[in-house]
Design a protein around this ligand. Sequence first.
Ligand code: HEM
Length: 233
Amino acid sequence: MKNFLARYTPLQIIMHIGAWYPLARLIFDFVAGNLSPNFIQDLEVRTGRTAILLLVLSLACTPLNTMLGWRELLKRRRALGLYALLYATIHMMIFVELDYGLAWSLIVQTIVQKPRLIVGILAFLLMIPLGMTSFNIWKARLGKNWKRLHQLVYFIAPLAVLHYAWSKKGDLFALQGDIIKPLIYGIIVVLLLIFRIPPVRKFLASLRDRGLAALYHLRRRPKQDALKPVLKQ
Ligand code: HEM
């Protein structure tokens, strides 16, 4: 146990447990018959929501590191992104296999009729090269192009949010119906993307440094104040 705790950080343990839990719970609910009569939709909805949550969390790592100076977050980005891809793959497989029984002509017909699915597919297809090249060996091989390729995440996250919002009952474009959660995701994604713009990033880093400096002075002051009367004598 001691060895285990020395090898993994608390954040790493929370992340891995948190990422596997929705899948374990889904399988349990499926086997135990806890899903609704429309269980295929349940599976689609739950895997889709987990995929978008993990995707947004992976996108949040860099801005959070800028704001908090918590460098470990940068090391967790890859795993979060890969977990997002895992859930998106399961989500897509549920659609083609369980929902449509691999009836490809019907699948194509449905996709053509529902543009929200085209948006989801696009997001999924763009996630694949990112997942495949997320390993160090590819980082070294691709050099500068690796960073360029991974900037695709700036398109993927908004596409996934659009797919989410469009899948909800209501009118996305009139801001009516069940669109509060997708809207919150949308705002978070926009903010995360704004935080990555270099001048904004610099400003956030300077705020962090000023905050840390203020905290440092605050912690030292009591000691200095305690010395003052002694110095006066
Ligand atoms: C091949 C790609 C994809 C297909 C075929 C697909 C298909 C679907 C389907 C059939 C639904 C149910 C609602 C509806 O009929 O519109 C759905 C909902 C959803 N999908 Fe996807 N999707 C894909 C990619 C993605 C990706 C990449 C994400 C996120 C990273 C995602 C996240 C979601 C979410 C959050 C919902 C809504 C769940 C809710 O109703 O609360 N999907 N998708």
